[in-house]
Design a binder for this molecule. Structure first.
Ligand code: SAH
Length: 334
């Protein structure tokens, strides 16, 4: 179901029903996972009939699971036959799922496999929620963390992604804490501004990957629409307003964005901001000419940031051998 608690309450009110029934309906759908409205035993007949008339519960299907150490990749088939992927990672702090937000992606980042296929469509809210529900069922455990970092640009499907978060965060639905949810964007500035107006603790991550317009323009077409200055201004505003730390993702591309001057430019750009930089070892793909930075170059880059008091880590790697890593997810299975 695509309805957030507020939307369902509004629906109930429009039917002359009490708002609190939203809680009962959520318990049936998300806790008991009962999908036959006729079995909602604490819900009146009239409301059951309205639900049957107005809602058509639809389901995605788990079609394939690839398992690696501490990581599983899931291929889902949608009702119109499109395919998407999600990834489960076992961290020491919990179980995290990386969900897809679109079929394909229009952002066209040069180094990313998911972006090679144009966007086909947005994912519906329920299609994102069900990625998590089906994975929980498969492993028979609760998911504790969610990152919207799979296929797609979440801020290019803003409303559905926001509704998805409201549902998974709801205590009567999946009850995933807002501080355990992270949305990652390549830099759609107007949506970053919308996002900062939401009164919640959901984390924001930015795929920066370059510290100058020159580098970003080369690898991320979105930068030609929203320049790095506009992006950084929006982030400063976000941090001032929310008092939350922003994660900066920086994929390490050999000889492209990993030079000493790039590290210094990054230090300059982020100086004094409440951010945390995640250096991502690039996952090479079959089709793309970029190479992963060598270990020495990555370490040198890391040390320059560290020395200049920027919070930085090198991302732990997951999923390489089952093509479940960042930038390797596709809407087509090979
Ligand atoms: N569109 C959103 C969500 C995708 S997140 C965004 O850009 O943030 C996926 C992350 O993996 C992004 O930071 C992306 O830039 C990065 N990525 C893409 N291809 C990669 C690759 N081959 N190796 C490592 N990281 C990659």
């Amino acid at each position: 179901m695509n309805y957030t608690p507020e939307m369902l309450e509004e629906y109930l009110t429009s039917k002359g029903e009490k708002k609190f029934k939203q809680v009962q309906i959520y318990e049936w759908l998300y806790q008991k996972q009962e999908y036959d409205f006729d079995n909602f035993s604490n819900v009146g007949k009239i409301l059951i009939n309205s639900l049957k008339e107005d809602f058509n519960l639809e389901f995605i299907k788990m079609e394939q699971v690839l398992e690696g150490p501490l990581v599983k990749k899931f291929l889902f088939r949608l009702i119109d036959n499109e395919k998407i992927e999600a990834v489960l990672m076992e961290h020491d702090y919990g179980l995290s799922v990386c969900v897809s937000s679109e079929v394909g992606c229009n952002m066209g980042c040069k180094f990313c496999e998911s972006g090679r296929l144009k966007k086909v469509r947005n994912l519906e809210t329920y299609e994102m929620v069900e990625q998590i529900i089906l994975i929980e069922k498969y492993i028979n455990k609760k998911i504790t963390h969610v990152v919207v970092m799979g296929i797609g640009e979440p801020f290019d499907n803003y409303d559905n992604v926001i509704n998805f978060i409201k549902i998974i965060n709801n205590p009567k639905a999946l009850a995933i804490g807002s501080r355990h949810i992270t949305v990652s964007t390549c830099g759609l500035v107007p949506k970053i501004k919308d996002f900062m107006d939401l009164d919640w603790q959901v984390n924001l991550a930015i795929s920066l990957h370059g510290a100058t317009n020159e580098i970003r323009n080369q690898i991320m077409p979105v930068n030609k629409v929203y320049s790095i200055e506009q992006l950084i201004d929006a982030l400063k505003e976000y941090i001032a307003k929310t008092n939350r730390r922003v994660t900066i993702e920086y994929v390490m591309l050999n000889m492209v964005n990993d030079k000493e001057e790039d590290a210094l430019a990054l230090v300059n750009l982020l100086k004094g901001m409440n951010v945390y930089v995640n250096l991502i070892p690039y996952n090479e793909t079959n089709h793309i000419e970029f190479k992963r930075s060598t270990k020495e170059r990555m370490d040198k880059f890391f040390n320059i940031l560290k020395k200049n008091k920027i919070n930085v880590t090198i991302r732990k790697e997951f999923g390489g051998n089952i093509k479940a890593a960042c930038g390797q997810l596709r809407s087509e299975s090979d």
